[in-house]
Design a protein around this ligand. Sequence first.
Ligand code: AVI
Length: 319
Amino acid sequence: MKLAKVDAAQLAAQTEPLAEEILAGLRAEPKHIAPKYFYDRKGAALFDAITGLDEYYVTRLEAAIFRRYRSEICAAIGAGVHLVEPGAGSCEKIRWLLPDLQPQLYTPMDISAEHLYASVTRLRKDFPSLNVAAQVCDHTAGLRLRDDLPDVPRVFFYPGSSIGNFESEAAVDFMRTMRSAISGRGGLLIGVDTKKDKSVLHAAYNDRAGITAQFNLNVLDHLNNLLGGDLDPANFIHVARYNETLGRIEMYLQSTRQHCAVLAGERLEFAAGECIHTENSYKYYPQEFIALAQRAGFVPQELWQDEQAWFSVMYFSAY
Ligand code: AVI
């Protein structure tokens, strides 16, 4: 019994700051939830399913660009670097560069220790000579790299247009953080989704099979599990629309009726039609994105695109 009490107290201490952050978003006008809460185990599996959808061109085109230009991309990065991948998740994308790229060290970072260690185990099996120093951290809260790592050029790898999930100013701040973690030579290899016809974007975030809807709604179950609550996904629908003025897809959970729910002991009220903003996914023309990266201190070197110019992979050096 005593042990159970200690565990409960420890758990409360760990979840309190989380609860404060999440509840602040749900007390705000308009209500919002940070997109990092999509990714519990089920959310990560749903996101993997999204990447295989016909309508979600992002992953397919990025993979094709890497297949086609792998040797050029590896040449731009150079051999013997320390490759750092924030939010590496399943460590699948590094495989696009291996075995051509021969990094001296690879540091995948992820918020989920369980997910990260399972991914690294699989990677080590397939690439036994790859030197891996994984790091469990929330990279959106800062990038603190271990200081006992080899002093070789550091290259950040940030594929998948994850940069699009930051507000543009926050994207500059995050790239600045990466830039300051590079001393001497090094760079940034990044995948960025491009502005395109609205109907293509709309279809990519409103797939016919409803996987993106499940992914969006799953955030409510994740919060219930994390903090204790009764947010009911049946009271919400998935909404995704392209905001042409801001150049971003916006995702919401819209309440279908007036209702109340409880989360972390707090009562939350939802009006009929009220929306919780769950994600932005910014799309950039290459020149727009290059200007942001330059503000963060990076120097544009190379740009690779698919034939329709729907997706961009860019390499920036630190000097
Ligand atoms: C992870 N991120 C780049 C995805 C995107 O396209 O913004 C997340 C996503 N949301 C809905 N579908 C995919």
